[in-house]
Write a new protein. Sequence first.
Length: 94
Amino acid sequence: CLRRSSSLKPCVLTKIPVIRPRADYGDGLTDPVGSELISSFESNCSLTETGIHRPKIVVCIGSSGGKFKQLVKGEDDIRQDAIMQQVFQTVNVL
């Protein structure tokens, strides 16, 4: 968790990061390898069409100008979503 007084910004992964043996992923002030720092968010958001709690879809704008959709959930456990994402990735490979 980042403290409010921290100068570090959160980042969004833009591709699967490569594991580096020496753990040289950057200093946290510039874009880490395989990601962009989040500069801002678009002012509007939308709701998903399905789901019990209908998560919000927000768009964050990366430090290199990329736009990335993110799901924001309030009451659901996101671990189940992570497992389903792994299942879908495996099915896509097959």
